[in-house]
Design a protein around this ligand. Sequence first.
Ligand code: ZN
Length: 198
Amino acid sequence: MAFSPALTSLIDALRILPGVGAKSAQRMAFHMLQREREGAAHLARSIEQAVENVHHCKSCRMFTEHEICDICANERRDASVVCVVESPADVMAIEQNTDFGGRYFVLLGRLSPIDGVGPNELGLDILRQRLAEGTVEEVILATGATVEGEATAQYVADLARQHNAGVSRIAHGVPIGGELEYVDAGTLSQAFSGRRAL
Ligand code: ZN
């Protein structure tokens, strides 16, 4: 027996979500129709509104409903320091957990030639423009400690140096409260090479 066209369409639509296969899409659709009709209608409206109104900031590529995001528009944020991250979630993490007072640039990915992700896909022409304006003095590279993250950091570092901006990389290493014996080899070796004087 086949499901009704509307139900089939809902199940198919849910499968665009990361980690959602046929089985979980079906479970979600049933759940919404059996127990959460009001919530489901609200979800549909929220998705429509977000897709319609949320865009990327023209300056840093963070999500915003305006041309320029709140951080870029905030005169009190130091425009001479730019922290380069891979995703909007990274911006939120830094905002919530540090006292960083500069601005950001969100790559929305990392260099990965195999997947067809090059400098253009990461919006690096926008970053190049910001660097060319001459107000940026330091670029903090906060991309992930993966092979692609490191390659991306290297690429952005070269770009920053071409525009005479200083470059720093966030430290990677032993987590707070971490016991050395449980830290993996790569992390421990990073922690050693990234040590600083006390
Ligand atoms: Zn912005």
